[in-house]
Ligand binder design. Structure first.
Ligand SMILES: Nc1ncnc2c1ncn2[C@@H]1O[C@H](COP(=O)(O)OP(=O)(O)OP(=O)(O)O)[C@@H](O)[C@H]1O
Length: 394
């Protein structure tokens, strides 16, 4: 049976045994402790909902993982270990707070659920929707950069690797929602927009595995960028402890570190590569490496051109087998590319030429093909320019 819905959201075929749990607004979860009010988003392995916590009279995010995926317990344990530190500790301030986890039985199986703080729109969403796909003001960019470096340093000191760092996984911190009425909360995050699910022949949906309607992710129409409360790193679904690395990572291709492309076991050094890509995209408003229709071959060629590094010897055999032509460098090198992209005469240019030089130098030290040659977060935090930045948070 084929089902259709006019909303362009999570794929309907994933509402099947092993897949997503069919959630409807006003559903009560965990013995009625939580009431679902709005959808926050969805990913390859979960749908995420804003819910009222009837005990604490506050609002939380509940990530309901597909029933075939059992990684959320690990995600919860990592998050809890990271955020159990008092909130004043530098580094932990910029990590999503987590409150608990539970399991949910449904027509598609048993789903693990993680309860965490409700965050606002992602940095990518704000750039797209508020700044017309351009770039954030330089002051925010620098503050976010400092917060992310502090957080990564905090995580790496605790032997935790994020594994999926990019601007879609950075979300703006919301003001406190405790004590707000449901109507006030919804006026803030946005009223739910729903699209009915029908059978392809127009008949009503008859399967219990499939929701009767899908919900668009919250649009946060009244989200004020100022006063700026900082951003937090979310989505710890790929995170791991350095002593228990996975065999690979599912980081989006355009920010995937070269060692993952060449099949090496991930280490904390993957986050340093991703940080270099993230800083470039934050500053410029556009990803460093092509994100559309890219392939590992195109990507590695761009990495060689941009970094002007030699490919480590141990990867050269596999590179020969995937590259059709020689890897000669004919594109712009990193600093040249950063200058060209930042001072393009079309977008906001409120960082100075000397700041762009410093940022280019730091990105260059992170984007080393040989993972062990990358600048560490401890070294970044000793950099005088980084030290002079303020990471705003509440
Ligand atoms: N705590 C939160 N507050 C607000 N929105 C959230 C929160 N957690 C997740 N979201 C939203 O839900 C989306 C999906 O969450 P997340 O990326 O954690 O899911 P995922 O299944 O691990 O995704 P993928 O595996 O595809 O990366 C996010 O992009 C974000 O828009």
């Amino acid at each position: 049976m084929t089902y259709v819905c006019d909303l362009d959201v999570e794929p309907l075929h994933r509402y099947a045994p092993g897949g997503y749990h069919p959630v409807q607004l006003e559903d009560h979860l965990k013995n009625s402790r939580y009431t679902v009010l709005q959808k926050l988003g969805w990913g390859g392995h979960s749908t995420v909902w804003a819910a009222k916590d009837e005990i604490n009279k506050s609002y939380v995010a509940i990530k309901i993982v597909t029933s075939e995926s059992h990684e959320s317990t690990r995600e919860f344990e990592i998050l809890q270990a990271l955020t159990s530190t008092p909130s004043g500790v530098v580094g932990s301030r910029h990590l999503m707070q987590t409150f608990g986890h539970f399991t949910l039985e449904g027509p598609n199986g048993t789903h693990e659920c993680v309860v965490s703080e409700c965050l606002g729109p992602s940095v990518a969403d704000i750039v797209e929707n508020r700044f017309d796909g351009q770039r954030l003001p330089g002051r925010l960019t620098k503050s976010i950069m400092k917060g992310v470096v502090e957080s990564l340093d905090y995580m790496h000191n605790r032997k935790v690797v994020h594994g999926d760092l990019h601007i879609r996984n950075l979300a703006f911190t919301l003001p406190s929602m405790t004590g707000l009425s449901e109507a006030e909360f919804l006026s803030y995050v946005g009223q739910p927009e729903i699209g009915p699910v029908k059978q392809a022949n127009g008949k009503e949906c008859s399967s219990t595995s499939i929701p009767t309607y899908l919900v668009a992710p919250a649009s946060f129409p009244n989200f004020p960028l100022f006063p700026f409360r900082g951003v937090k790193i979310g989505d710890f679904g790929e995170s791991f402890i350095t002593t228990e690395p996975p065999s690979t990572l599912r980081t989006p291709l355009c920010v995937r570190p070269p060692e993952i492309i060449f099949g090496e076991t991930p280490t904390h050094l993957v986050d340093l590569w991703s940080l270099g890509c993230l800083i470039f995209e934050l500053v410029v408003g556009q990803p460093l490496f092509d994100s559309i229709l890219t392939t590992p071959r195109i990507l590695v060629k761009q990495m060689l051109e941009t970094t002007r590094d030699e490919l480590p010897v141990r990867w050269q055999n596999s590179w020969q087998s995937i590259s059709e032509d020689s890897a000669e460098s004919n594109g712009p090198a990193l600093q040249e590319w950063l200058d060209e992209m930042y001072f393009d005469g079309e977008r906001r240019e409120d960082l100075s030429k000397s700041e762009i030089r410093i940022i280019g130098d730091l990105i260059g030290k992170l984007l080393r093909l040989e993972p062990t040659r990358r600048m560490t977060t401890a070294e970044l935090l000793r950099d005088p320019w980084i030290q002079g930045l303020a990471a705003e948070s509440t």
